[in-house]
Design a protein around this ligand. Structure first.
Ligand code: AMP
Length: 343
């Protein structure tokens, strides 16, 4: 496959992989030039403007469908669609004024989580309301844009389900992974998730599959899940390859990246079940001593070529050994070598 990229940021990590058209995503001339040179368009960032994806669709196939982008960009639309498909979520209410916030709080109770409907990521654009005195500060920080209030889910752990759907409707799903965050940013993914039962795997797959089938989705999709008892509440979806699926580069015979590309160009999908126990650790903020990282048994280093900045994802290390315990023991050693993520 040959690649071309449209990217507004200077010096993007993809620059070594093909020509980069340096322009805003919604620049109509850039979109037309991109479309003139490619057979298919995909994206790996969910804040691409939906209008840009729709404009491209007039010239070339765009996968995943721009409707998936639209759904993922608005937490209210996303959760409403999950519910329509019979998928459990936290209880939620739209909030556009302080009065609505108070009304929603009296219905959902406290604690609750107030979030911006759009452009939130890595825990940004949200506030937990635990008591009456949190209400005004949360509104002052977030108010003025459309919001959603969610009931607080007292979950046991956070998992994600990553899978792929091909043009012919074939569906394949990786084992669910368990995710751990630091300062709201993903730090560690364990795959398969410890204690993953066939029933949990089946429930995660059914959630993913129903979302994909409802919109004729083609490509990789990830859904973040809260585990409550033996069931899930869906939190949010990402219509792209996902950070919690990066372990598949070294722990699966066909990675999420390869499967995404196979899907969007209409090739057969590769296996998602031939996996080795993996732990993915994100390198955040600043890099550790890379020679020491490479000396760890089973460690595979992936760097993005980005400048250090507090909290920024600069790369990740996949640790793949013969057992989940050994991979996790090495991950703990790696974690003790890392600089603090926020500087
Ligand atoms: P999000 O941006 O929706 O992924 O939220 C970031 C993190 O906040 C999640 O990974 C959870 O740890 C936590 N969180 C989000 N929504 C809720 C909720 N409704 N109840 C409890 N914790 C939540």
């Amino acid at each position: 496959l040959e690649f071309r990229f449209l990217e507004s940021a200077a010096d993007p990590p993809v620059s070594g992989l093909g020509p980069v058209l340096s322009a805003d995503y919604d620049d109509p001339h850039a979109l037309e030039r991109l479309a003139a040179h490619v057979d298919v368009v995909t994206y790996e960032f969910e804040n691409v403007p939906v209008e840009a994806a729709r404009a491209l669709e007039a010239w070339v196939p765009v996968h995943p469908t721009p409707s998936a982008l639209e759904m993922a960009q608005d937490r209210l639309t996303e959760k409403t669609e999950f519910r329509r498909l019979g998928i459990q979520t936290a209880p939620f209410r739209p909030v556009d004024s302080l009065d609505q916030l108070r009304a929603a709080l009296s219905e959902l109770g406290m604690p609750a989580v107030l979030k911006t409907r759009r452009f939130g990521y890595d825990g940004k654009g949200q506030a937990v309301i635990r008591q009456e005195s949190d209400v005004a500060p949360a509104w002052d920080t977030l108010g003025g844009v459309p919001l959603i209030l969610e009931g607080f889910v007292d979950f046991e752990r956070e998992l994600s389900v990553v899978g792929v759907r091909g043009m012919d409707g074939e569906f394949r799903c990786y084992p669910l992974s368990e995710n751990h965050h630091e300062n709201g940013i993903l730090r560690v993914t364990r795959a398969p998730a410890p204690g993953l039962t066939p029933q949990l795997q089946a429930e995660g797959e059914a959630i993913l599959r129903s979302v994909m089938e409802s919109m004729g989705y083609v490509g990789v999709l990830a859904i973040e899940l809260f585990q409550v008892g033996d069931h899930f509440r869906a939190n949010e979806m990402a219509p792209r390859v996902h950070n919690s699926g990066h372990w598949t580069q070294d722990g699966a015979s066909v990675s999420q990246f390869e499967n995404h590309l196979r899907a969007v160009v209409g090739l057969p999908l590769g296996p998602t079940d031939e996996v080795r126990p993996s732990v993915m650790v994100n390198l955040l903020g600043d890099l550790p001593n890379l020679t020491e990282v490479l000396e760890l048994p089973g460690a595979h280093l992936h760097l993005y070529g980005k400048a250090p900045r507090p909290g920024r994802k600069l790369g990740h290390v996949n640790i793949v050994t013969e057992s989940a315990e050994a991979s996790m023991a090495t991950a703990r050693r790696l974690l003790s070598m890392l600089p603090p993520p926020m500087g």
